[in-house]
Design a protein around this ligand. Sequence first.
Ligand code: GLU
Length: 422
Amino acid sequence: MNVITRIAPSPTGNLHLGTVRTALYNLLFARRHGGKFYFRLEDTDQKRSKDEYTQEIVSGFQELGIDWDTPQGFENYLLTHLEIEGVVRQSLRQENHAKIVEELLNSGLAYRQEPTEEEIAEGKSFVIRLKLGEPRDIKWQDHIRGEMCINTKDLGGDPVIMKANGQALYNFAVVLDDNDMGVTHVYRGEDHLTNTAKQIAIYQSLDYKVPEFGHLPLIFTKDKQKLSKRKHGDIAGIEKYMREGYLPDALNNYLIATSYTCPSGAEIYDLDHGKNNFDIEGMSKSPAIYDIQKLNWYNREYLSKFPHDDLMTKLQPYLKYDLSKFSSADQVKLIDSIRGNLNKLEDINENIFYFFDDFEIDGKLQKFIDEGQDLLLELSKRLENFDFTDAVSMKDEINKLGEEMSLKGKKLFFPIRIAISG
Ligand code: GLU
């Protein structure tokens, strides 16, 4: 089977972590099966769709290495005004949608519903609905949730498929476009479960082949709220993470791992590894949990693997300090001494300021300095002629002094550390 998956975002808001995650699973599944992964922009809501959101979605995907294929035969439906390639624009498919509605109306499978007087007064016009007919079960074998069954009587009545202005509604447009694009597998959030039942009913009316479906758990915060921009602000979007210096590989790895366990048990895998090894069996249907600690762990893992020069290149846009006052060898030492503390590239300055700036000691920490007076004075005397490049004997020297003064652990190292780094 020629696998075709797609991501179908609406450009009506910032790029959400959930959209990236859905894109990743669809990309991995398609690549694993030697198939295609398409990008369709669902921009039929003219009022809410904005170019700036399209740009954000596209550049987010590009930065993360989420690359899509151009569907054959869709030249007339591609987005052209933004120098972006291979993206199908749903709003350009209006004529195709209208044509099929016409056919459904002619064959009696859809009907036009006139507005009531009340609706006319509200300025509403007629709508076109799909006839669902006698109640029946809509069943599908969901790739993530297993056997699913929703009765048509629970779909809130005959679905509206087109408005009087000729605009197809989401569930209808999706079916026509997925069908025409040859989509074989649809993986998307489980908030679409009822939509899927409606869409299968539409597939059946049109006598189209129904694709395979898999519904992904949504991302929740630890206190069990759906992660959303409205409630949680910019932690729900991708932009913040890119800005703060999370590495694309780390972000991808983290997002994939929120609902997926690699069959090999590997926790660290980049997109290429994922593409080669992805197995839908590894998907979980339990809610995904947003966990910044886990993301930080991934980012530290990826950062720790960077050779010094590569890390310096990555850090450059974030650095407020000029490291060139140190020799190259010292720069390596300086960075190595703090790189384990970096959750993200942006953390660099707060970890190295004491190599460059004067600082005041926080009131709460001052007591360690006061209590460590004798120690600090004695140590500074002993280090006057000390070879500072010799870290091992420096540590020995400190330990020796500790023994002499009967100080160890916190009492010994805190005053020194605070005096040096604030
Ligand atoms: N435009 C829809 C959304 O962003 C697409 C859902 C789907 O994948 O069918 O939720």
